[in-house]
Design a binder for this molecule. Structure first.
Ligand code: C2E
Ligand code: MG
Ligand code: MG
Ligand code: MG
Length: 291
């Protein structure tokens, strides 16, 4: 493998993208052990509304390999998906996230958490029931959990996927459609999936302020989502101008480095406590002068 250093000086693992290299198999074994040893962590990134209120947190998995350094989620999730380890990883993430939600609730922090699930998970028999049982075990109401899915869930057996998702929403779990616009997006998919939120992919948000076509795509997506009664979240918001454009386009909430990157649990707790009921405020320096 090759390693380079990222901005924070942490080593970042970069694989050659072929599928069954010894390297990849080694990583798979290491991931399996890391899950058993609880070395895989969750970080949390806020979703905030334009009035600053925290709409929720997204749990994002983080793995620092003892020798290779930080392995990007996209890398090891692909490995987990192609190897059959994915259900185990998802159980681990759900278990960790719900434990954290319960802990926050005990501290008076009633913030919903979104967990990413892979298409595979949705096709596991009994998935909806196992999520409901896990919620009950942690004493967490279903409304405090959101699951982020992508349209890829409909590729395999659309009817079975829809049944599972309907069972989940029947339990009170909210569904969010992630990375919208990147794959097989179509109105048919949108109508078929019982989602209450749509997330516009970062690839459209990133250049929103400078690219008229991207701006148009975002505008249409927001309007489409609203006409279907869905909330719209924009991901990857990094600067003020993008924030303002999204607000003007009627987007409901944003996620991105402008607000906060994904943070470890303790830092997230501090972030939530510091904001309290005030919510997130843009730094004073960038607010328009009012006096
Ligand atoms: P995603 O669910 O679309 O998550 C958004 C990704 O964008 C995250 O990358 C997040 O750290 C990054 N991001 C957030 N704000 C910004 C920003 O302002 N600028 C830029 N450039 N990036 C931003 P991350 O954490 O590397 O995760 C990548 C993907 O891996 C996720 O995309 C998701 O599909 C997957 N993933 C992460 N955690 C899990 C998990 O627990 N289970 C599953 N199945 N997939 C996961
Ligand atoms: Mg997501
Ligand atoms: Mg996304
Ligand atoms: Mg994305």
């Amino acid at each position: 493998y090759q390693a380079k250093r990222d901005r924070t000086g942490v080593e970042v693992y970069e694989s050659k993208r072929d599928s069954n290299t010894p390297d990849r198999l080694g990583l798979l074994g290491d991931l399996r052990r890391a899950l058993d040893a609880h070395e895989v962590q969750l970080h949390y990134q806020p979703k905030v509304r334009f009035d600053g209120q925290v709409a929720g947190l997204e749990a994002l998995v983080r793995w620092v390999h003892p020798e290779r350094g930080r392995v990007p989620p996209d890398e090891f999730i692909a490995i987990a998906e192609s190897s059959g380890l994915m259900p185990h990883l998802t159980e681990y993430v759900l278990e960790t996230a719900l434990g954290q939600v319960a802990e926050w609730r005990a501290q008076g922090l009633f913030v919903p958490v979104a967990v990413n699930v892979s298409p595979r998970d949705v096709h596991i028999p009994g998935f909806a029931g196992s999520v409901a049982a896990r919620l009950a075990r942690h004493g967490v109401p279903a409304g405090a959990l959101q699951l982020e899915i992508t349209e890829h869930v409909l590729l395999e057996d659309p009817q079975r996927a829809a049944d599972t998702l309907n069972a989940l929403t029947g339990h009170g779990v909210r569904m969010s459609l992630d990375d919208f616009g990147t794959g097989y997006s179509s109105l048919v998919h949108l109508r078929r999936l019982p989602v209450s939120e749509l997330k516009i992919d970062r690839s459209f948000v990133a250049r929103l302020a400078v690219d008229a076509e991207d701006a148009e795509i975002v505008r249409c997506t927001v309007d489409l989502a609203h006409s279907l009664g869905l909330l719209v979240v924009a991901e990857g918001v990094e600067d003020d101008e993008t924030w303002e454009r999204l607000r003007d386009l009627g987007c409901d909430a944003v996620q991105g480095w402008l607000v906060a990157a994904a943070m470890p649990p303790e830092e997230t707790t501090a972030w939530l406590l510091a904001r309290g009921s005030r919510g997130w405020q843009r730094p004073a320096a960038v607010l328009p002068a009012t006096a």
